[in-house]
Ligand binder design. Structure first.
Ligand SMILES: [Fe+2]
Ligand SMILES: [Fe+2]
Length: 222
């Protein structure tokens, strides 16, 4: 049952349908996962009653519950690696190439996202560095059975870096005017914005799984 005090992280953990509603209202369930729904709606300037109504009808449409909360942590990590970590390097390379092309060819147009290529390169650097730490330090520690306080330090560092990723996503939205291409945009430009919107969605899902499911469980379980 969703109520005003439910946290965004708990709501997001119920499945992709409710995450779709949160995304639509731009309620940040990955880095802002510990905030209550009421608080988040107030910050975002959206009507709480409407969001609750939409969340409830979305969760009724849900075909099957997504149950990462109750699956073994090994499976959660495997899923994060396969679904999010492994495809990212190639995805980012493609985005950098497309942004470079748009800036090169359309640089004189007022709607051109000047600085986008450099911004995505920066995202790439930060994400690759962050994922390497997860893959070489934190995930192996969890997989070897470490739990509780001894993971506190690395988890805190990862969560702080997730906040920085969230900031980067907000900057991407500013540079691309919320991923809306101008009417004169060519196919590359349009595809670039679609792909950046996909990057945002997937990165939020990815961080949500770590911040709201994997890390709290690894810190809690014995
Ligand atoms: Fe990750
Ligand atoms: Fe992460």
């Amino acid at each position: 049952m969703i109520n005003p005090l439910s946290t965004l992280g708990d709501i997001a953990a119920t499945g992709p349908e409710t995450r779709g509603v949160l995304l639509r209202y731009q309620l940040d369930f990955c880095c802002g996962g510990r905030r209550s729904l009421a608080d988040s709606c107030e910050r975002a300037g959206v009507r709480l009653e409407q969001v609750i109504a939409d969340l409830e009808s979305a969760s009724q449409r849900r075909p099957s519950p997504e149950d990462w909360q109750n699956r073994p942590l090994e499976e959660v990590i495997q899923h994060i690696m396969k679904r999010y970590h492994n495809p990212l390097p190639q995805q980012l390379e493609g985005l950098i190439a497309a942004a470079g092309k748009v800036e090169r060819v359309h640089g004189e147009k007022s709607a051109c996202p000047v600085g986008l290529t450099a911004h995505i390169r920066n995202i790439q650097g930060e994400l690759m560095n962050h994922m390497a730490k997860e893959e070489h330090v934190l995930f192996p520690a969890i997989l070897s059975g470490k739990r509780g306080e001894m993971l506190g330090g690395p988890v805190m560092v990862m969560m702080r870096e997730h906040d920085a990723h969230g900031e980067n996503l907000r900057r991407t939205r500013t540079l691309t005017r919320d991923f809306v291409p101008p009417p004169e945009a060519c196919a590359t430009w349009r595809t670039l914005y679609d792909e950046l919107a996909r990057l945002e969605k997937e990165l939020m899902e990815h961080i949500h799984l770590e911040n709201n499911i994997l890390f709290p469980r690894a810190l809690r379980e014995n």
